[in-house]
Design a protein around this ligand. Sequence first.
Ligand SMILES: [Zn+2]
Length: 76
Amino acid sequence: MSPIRTCVACRGKFEQKTLYRLQCADNRVIVYANRGRSFYLCAKCVTAPKLSKQIVRHCKKEVDIELIESLKEKLA
Ligand SMILES: [Zn+2]
């Protein structure tokens, strides 16, 4: 069984393989690059309109919203 991870946006618990693993890098959110701290988003939250604000809070700094939007497009 895949390990269970928490989505940072909805706090729901999901199997790791069903989640998107992302990370904050400078003022951008990128797909996890196997180094540094990462976080998980579920498939529902990755396209949610309120996502940007929650990511900003999670990264504890200003994140370029446009880059999150383009990431969403990539994941959709
Ligand atoms: Zn979620």
